[in-house]
Design a protein around this ligand. Structure first.
Ligand code: FES
Length: 175
């Protein structure tokens, strides 16, 4: 009898574990919608299947990284706001890439695709689609992580020429 109970317990445990793995895999899918590779401080994201105005959140050295492919209308908005230097050009497309930590006190802002803006729920700070601050208290736009471009891939952690220029002209602070 006890061995039957042991068996039932093990079987149930197995189902629970399987359910847990299934749930984890489903979450992983949501977190990681584009192919990416992580190795020794670098995160490489292939952006060839990125969709306009759909926020991708990746992780680089323990920090959340936002990647947002801009629609044509978003690029026009960025031009008007003189924020093109915050965007990264990969092929014919423009992307916003930023560390997803509010520059006020470090909360993670949420993206509102209908309004193409980020809202930080902690103290009401807001950022536009290029992650430039539009409403205080954040003192500046979201910081841009070191990156380089390799074909359709974005390599986080390596300082390419585009990133060095952003640092030199004050578009971002060093993170
Ligand atoms: S931490 Fe974002 S507004 Fe304060």
């Amino acid at each position: 009898m006890s061995s039957r109970r042991d068996f039932m317990g093990m079987a149930l445990g197995g189902f629970t574990a399987l359910g847990g793995i299934g749930a984890l895999m489903a979450m992983k899918k949501t977190w990681d919608p584009l192919p990416s590779v992580k190795a020794a401080g670098f995160t490489t994201i292939d952006l060839k299947d990125a969709q306009e105005n759909v926020l991708v959140t990746e992780k680089w050295r323990g920090k959340p990284i936002f990647v947002l492919k801009q629609s044509k209308a978003m690029v026009e908005k960025a031009k008007k706001a003189k924020e093109m230097d915050r965007l990264i050009k990969i092929g014919d497309d423009h992307f916003m890439v930023a560390v997803g930590l509010c520059t006020h006190l470090g909360c993670i802002p949420g993206y509102d695709s209908a309004n193409e803006s980020f809202l930080c729920a902690c103290h009401g700070g807001m950022y536009d689609g290029t992650a430039m601050v539009t409403k205080a208290p954040p003192p500046r736009g979201l910081d841009i992580p070191p990156f380089t471009i390799d074909g359709t891939k974005l390599v986080l952690g390596e300082q390419g020429p585009e990133y060095k220029k952003m640092l030199a002209d004050g578009t971002t602070l060093k993170v």
